[in-house]
Design a protein around this ligand. Structure first.
Ligand SMILES: O=C[C@H](O)COP(=O)(O)O
Length: 250
């Protein structure tokens, strides 16, 4: 019922020329997919994604978006620009944005609204830092972040919202959450979504896990009933490991 999504967050890696070669190779080697694949490169790479991936099964999208619709906002990129480039998804609220750019839940919610206005699905990231987990407060912390970041966000269909649980301590560290810990948090997230949007809606929203996902641990994570895919950083950069993740997802 929920189609598995494997989304590669390239962060600030690859140039447009490097990406173009990578996309062409992906296109050539792509197996038939039951699951859904997406790549989320840096803004300057999106035109290459549009050119090379547009007619394929692979979706693409951005890593961020402006909270403003249009205007004198130097350096910002609007949801309308992303829609024009054919973006299906955009990440909002990644912990690196929250941490290095001081993004608040309220700002993340505004960004998610701008995306929905343009028919782009937000991949909304939440997750606790290590000290919060060690204090035993991971669940309330993550749910507070989730509900704060969804304030006023009204997707018109459950497919129009994707949540990514990314514990900060697991990102880029090689230490993924155990499948059981991920599942426990995903259940809590789905419960909170049910209270926010109703049971039927919540049961169809995809909740991805992110944080040191790789071809060795992905099958176990995916075997959990509430883990609907992965938001993958490092392991999405090499074509071989991205393809391995897609084969595991089926
Ligand atoms: O958005 C992706 C995450 O930050 C995970 O990154 P990682 O797979 O390199 O740990």
């Amino acid at each position: 019922m929920r189609r598995v999504l494997v989304a590669g967050n390239w962060k600030m890696h690859k140039t447009p020329s490097e990406a173009r070669v990578w996309f062409a190779e992906l296109r050539r080697l792509l197996p038939p997919l039951q699951s859904e694949a997406a790549v989320l490169p840096a803004f300057p790479i999106l035109p290459a994604a549009k050119e090379v991936l547009a007619e394929t099964q692979v979706g693409y999208g951005a890593q961020d978006v402006s909270a403003h619709k249009e205007g004198a906002y130097t350096g910002e990129v609007s949801a309308r620009m992303l829609a024009d480039l054919g973006c299906r998804y955009a990440i909002v609220g990644h912990s690196e944005r929250r941490r290095y750019h001081g993004e608040t839940d309220a700002l993340v919610a505004e960004k998610a609204k701008r995306l929905l206005e343009e028919g782009i699905t937000p991949i909304l990231c939440v997750g606790e830092p290590l000290e919060v987990r060690e204090r035993g407060e991971a669940v309330p912390y993550t749910l507070r972040q989730l509900l704060g970041s969804l304030e006023g966000v009204e997707p018109n269909a459950p497919e129009r919202l994707v949540i990514a649980y990314e514990p900060v301590w697991a990102i880029g560290t090689g230490k993924n959450a155990t499948p059981e810990d991920a599942e426990a948090m995903h259940q809590e997230i789905r419960k909170a979504l049910a209270e926010r949007y109703g049971e039927a809606f919540a049961s169809r929203v995809r909740v991805l896990y992110g944080g040191s996902v790789n071809p060795k641990n992905f099958a176990d994570l995916l075997s959990m009933p509430n883990v609907d895919g992965g938001l993958v950083g490092g392991a999405s950069l090499e074509l071989e490991s991205f393809l391995a993740l897609l084969r595991i997802a089926g």
